[in-house]
Each structure stands twice: as C-alpha cells, then as structure tokens.
Design a protein around this ligand. Structure first.
Ligand SMILES: [Zn+2]
Length: 218
C-alpha cells in the first residue's frame, strides 16, 4: 500500500469495518456530527430519565465530563490504523522469526450496550523483510479498541490491517477480555472471560507455528 490517498488504500477502507464518519473523509460524503451542546443535552436527558435532577450541584458539570470521557473512549474513529503501520524498518539482518507483543492491555466498549470491555491482546507476526516499531502494534490495538466493538470483530480487524499493510508471512492475534454487559447486568456472570483469535498466513497454514504462538499467549 503506497500513500494514504491511494486507490488501494481507499479499497481497503471500504472493505474493512471502518466507521462511516471515517469513511466519509475519503469518500467526501459529509456525515453531520452532533455539536457538543447536543451531546451534553442528551446526557442531561439520560440523567433525568434515570430519576435524578441534572440541575443539582453534584450533577451540573456531569454532562460536559461525560462528553469529554466519551471523546476519549471513542477517539479511535479519528485515527487510521493503516497509517500507523506505514513506517517500517528493513535493516533487520534477515530476521524472520516470530515477533510477539504480549498482554497489551486495552479498554473498549461493546456496541450493544456501550458497556466496558476490559482485556488484553497478544499480537504476533512473522516478518517478510520488514518490521514495524513494536509500539505501533499496541497503537493499532488501541485504535480499534477506542470504538464501539464486539470482540470478534476487533480481533479480526487488528489481524487484517497488519496483514494488509505489513504483508508479513503471517499474523496471529489472541484477545482475552471481560465484558461488563455480562458481569454488571443481564446474566450477571462475573469472572468469565471471552477468548478470541484470528490466524492468517503461516499461522493459519502451519500448526506448529500456531502452537508456538499460542504457547506464548497463554
Ligand atoms: Zn454488550
């Protein structure tokens, strides 16, 4: 993939699970973003609906705090994960073994209840002549985590973008996370975690490579 504006990059955005607001930057279909006062009014409505008085002292600043918190929770919509991975290093002395960043902590929110998903990701790849700075792997996890998610989709998105941009011999991603929509509401099963994985290239084709990675990730 050569520049962010290239046809190939545009095709990648259309095919992957990109938020409509982000896609709009590339297709020039402007989607109206509500204003900050609109969002604060919505938070006041929720407070009132819950049964409290949004005008009382303790709650007066809450709508603006909630808006700022949501800006942080959903900052991933404004970031392009492919761009993060574009700078690579080729002076690697022929290094062609597995590179695994383990236990990357993340916080996300489920797209069904907007409840927290708290977990860790293990991201591995076997390079094909070039590597990325290891912090970039953690940043890619964060870009997808800071959106409304389901864990299965997030796992696939992380693996897919590394595979598309870095073109390694293979990519493996494992995510383990607890879902607050399962522990604090609904079925109330605290203490469970969900494990998902996506294997591409040599990790999918070669059981020994896959086992080596899973040995590091458990
Ligand atoms: Zn949920």
């Amino acid at each position: 993939m050569s520049g962010v504006g290239s046809e190939q990059h545009r095709a990648f955005l259309m095919n992957s699970n990109i938020h409509p607001l982000e896609r709009a930057q590339f297709t020039h279909n402007k989607i109206d973003r509500p204003t900050r006062p609109d969002v604060e009014a919505a938070v006041r409505t929720i407070i009132q609906w819950a049964g409290d008085d949004p005008r009382r002292d303790g709650l007066a600043e809450t709508p603006s705090r909630v808006a700022r918190a949501f800006e942080e929770f959903f900052s991933g919509y404004g970031q392009d994960p492919a761009e993060i991975l574009e700078k690579t290093f080729e002076e690697i002395e022929g290094y062609d073994e597995m590179i695994t960043l383990r236990g990357i902590p993340f916080e996300s929110h489920c797209e069904h209840h907007m409840a927290p998903i708290i977990g860790q990701a293990w991201v591995g790849y076997i390079p094909n002549g070039r590597v990325v700075g290891i912090s970039k792997l953690a940043r890619v996890v964060d870009v997808f985590a800071k959106r409304l998610q389901i864990q299965e989709k997030m796992t696939a998105q992380i693996a897919n973008v590394i595979h598309e941009v870095l073109k390694p011999q293979g990519v493996a991603v494992v995510i383990k996370a607890t879902h607050h929509c399962m522990s604090t509401r609904g079925i109330h099963k605290a203490g469970t975690d969900l494990v998902t994985s996506r294997m591409l290239g040599c990790f999918r084709e070669n059981a020994i490579t896959r086992q080596e990675f899973l040995g590091l990730a458990t």
